[in-house]
Design a protein around this ligand. Structure first.
Ligand SMILES: NC(=O)c1ccc[n+]([C@@H]2O[C@H](COP(=O)([O-])OP(=O)(O)OC[C@H]3O[C@@H](n4cnc5c(N)ncnc54)[C@H](O)[C@@H]3O)[C@@H](O)[C@H]2O)c1
Length: 248
């Protein structure tokens, strides 16, 4: 096990990529805070982790709400006493053309994807700077690099800003032994991509050199690597997990 004795917190961990990350970190020996807006599902993931022999804590959190985020980190320290790994995974998408995209859609996507990542990173930084060690890993998207390809005007910009935030925080926190990286997935089989029509799915796959969709576990494996000792000299990196769709 690569991460024995570490305490990790994953946002949006009730399902999809976040759940796969929480389970993968537990498999590597982490105790895990399973945070999500969906409390019943978060509790179910926490039970799976406890069944694996690790400690788990399910906390209902809306990452766009500062009071929720503050309570989340307070509870984490009360229960685990430290925080070694933060994974900012909670994210949403609102699809539609530019003309149909309401101000409310724009605000919501930015609030969850960007402001949520900022709030959680800020709380984690306070703890990790004190510890003089830590890993922050943001789940971005290929859309943060190339713009959105499924007609979602605010999603790409929110993830592009997450990439810039990743690099800014990587510089600021490096002197404290804290690394900050992102993973940029594309076309992963989850409920987010399940909304695609069959035609859209075929079109997306036709652009992927490896010729298939990715699995949540394949994103989780990249997160485990970035959280591990082997990645100690990597910071400010946006790691593609995209089947070769974008090679940059
Ligand atoms: N699925 C893909 O193809 C894909 C591709 C690139 C990037 N991503 C990114 O990966 C991350 C996970 O996506 P997914 O496909 O697993 O999505 P998903 O919709 O299956 O899961 C998202 C999780 O986040 C939670 N959540 C939503 N709003 C929240 C909030 N305000 N506070 C806390 N939790 C909240 C949901 O309850 C859910 O459990 C997202 O950041 C997404 O943008 C996904």
């Amino acid at each position: 096990m690569k991460l024995t004795g570490k305490a990790a917190l994953v946002t949006g961990a009730a399902r999809g990529i976040g759940k796969a990350i929480a389970l993968a970190l537990a498999r590597e020996g982490c105790d895990v805070v399973v945070s999500d807006i969906d409390e019943p599902l978060a509790k179910a993931v926490a039970r799976e982790i406890e069944d694996m022999g690790q400690k788990a804590l399910a906390v209902r959190t809306d990452v766009s709400k500062l009071e929720d985020v503050k309570a989340l980190f307070k509870k984490t320290i009360e229960v685990f006493g430290r925080l070694d790994i933060l994974v900012n995974n909670a994210g949403i998408i609102r699809r539609g053309s530019l003309e149909d995209h309401s101000d409310a859609d724009w605000e919501l996507v930015m609030a969850v994807n960007l402001r949520g990542t900022y709030y959680c990173s800020r709380e984690a930084a306070r703890i990790m700077k004190r510890q003089r060690s830590g890993r922050i890993i943001n789940i971005s998207s290929v859309a943060g690099k190339v713009g959105d390809i499924t007609s979602a005007p605010s999603y790409g910009p929110s993830k592009g800003a997450v990439n810039a935030l990743t690099k800014s925080l990587a510089r600021e926190l490096a002197p404290f032994g804290v690394t900050v990286n992102a993973v940029a997935p594309h076309a992963i089989e989850t409920e987010m991509s399940a909304e695609w029509s069959e035609e859209r799915r075929r079109a997306v796959i036709s652009q992927i050199p490896l010729g298939r969709m990715g699995k949540p576990e394949e994103v989780a494996a990249a997160v485990v690597f970035l959280a591990s000792e082997e990645a100690a000299f990597i910071t400010g990196e946006i790691l593609d997990v995209n089947g070769g769709y974008l090679m940059d």
